[in-house]
Ligand binder design. Structure first.
Ligand code: FPP
Length: 249
């Protein structure tokens, strides 16, 4: 299903988040090493971003490197960091031609210096683009960002900048690394795993999940369209009953 006739172009999620999983298993199944799987993963990122932009998705968040990923073999971690720097350099012109704005979430200060510089440069060069925002989650974990938010708010209370009664869910959202990014309506995970793995735990309170039994390098245009089709056939009730939703519409 790679054509658009099945989906409602007026009901496209504004924000799609993706846990890109299975590069290593894809590589193994093709008799290649893990880094080859990751570089195929970059091809899938390119196609997904292009399709998302075409469909008028406004935010695409990709879980590119988790806090836990540092525990992988050093060679793989270094390979992933090099791939990030190389991909940013390769893609920057096309991102600008296509109106892609780059942002990051996560503990970027904990990334290698060279990655930080490439990211800063790409973020700066794309900051005025308006078609779609590509959010790379790097050195990210939800528990880390929630812990940081609690520390920041406790300090603000201690310094009497805010009072406890001013803490609302909006204030909490404003103190996460995703501030100014709307919550995702759709979360996709590839590779057959059905876990959230410390990704956007606060932000996915009402998100629809689509779990796919394919490895990330095999994800592309038709799989994104199919996931959106699946999303559009769910009834999102936000805690209400079906009849209330139908009355609102
Ligand atoms: C999951 O596959 C993938 C990752 C941890 C990294 C994702 C990175 C990329 C797609 C490339 C770099 C990204 C950018 C944006 C330049 P896995 O290694 O966990 O696969 P496995 O579970 O089969 O081992």
């Amino acid at each position: 299903m790679s054509d658009l006739s099945h989906i409602d172009l007026n009901n496209i999620p504004e924000h799609i988040a993706i846990i890109m999983d299975g590069n290593g298993r894809w590589a193994k199944s093709h008799g290649e090493d893990r880094l080859f799987g990751h570089s195929k993963g970059v091809d899938a990122v390119r196609e997904t971003l292009k399709t998302a932009r075409e469909l008028n998705v406004k935010f695409l968040t990709l879980y590119a490197f988790s806090t836990e990923n540092w525990n992988r073999p050093q060679k793989e971690v270094e390979g992933l960091m090099n791939l990030l720097v190389l991909s940013l350099a390769n893609e920057i012109d096309e991102m600008n031609e296509n109106g892609v704005r780059l942002q990051t979430i996560g503990n970027i200060e904990g990334m290698p210096k060279e990655c930080q510089e490439s990211l800063r440069d790409a973020i700066d060069k794309t900051k005025s683009n308006k078609e779609i925002t590509l959010v790379l989650a790097l050195n990210y974990s939800s528990k880390w960002e929630i812990t940081e938010m609690v520390k920041t708010l406790s300090n603000k209370i201690k310094n009497k900048e805010i009072s406890e009664s001013e803490i609302t869910d909006d204030l909490i959202s404003d103190h996460l690394t995703t501030r100014r990014i709307p919550d995702p309506e759709l979360l996709i995970r590839t590779s057959g795993e059905r876990r959230v793995s410390n990704f956007l735990l606060w932000q996915i309170a009402y998100t629809e999940f689509v779990f796919l039994d394919i490895f990330w390098p095999d994800f592309g245009r038709s799989q994104l369209i199919e996931a959106i089709y699946d999303f559009q056939n769910r009834e999102r009730r936000f805690g209400m009953v079906s009849e209330q939703i139908n009355t609102i519409e």
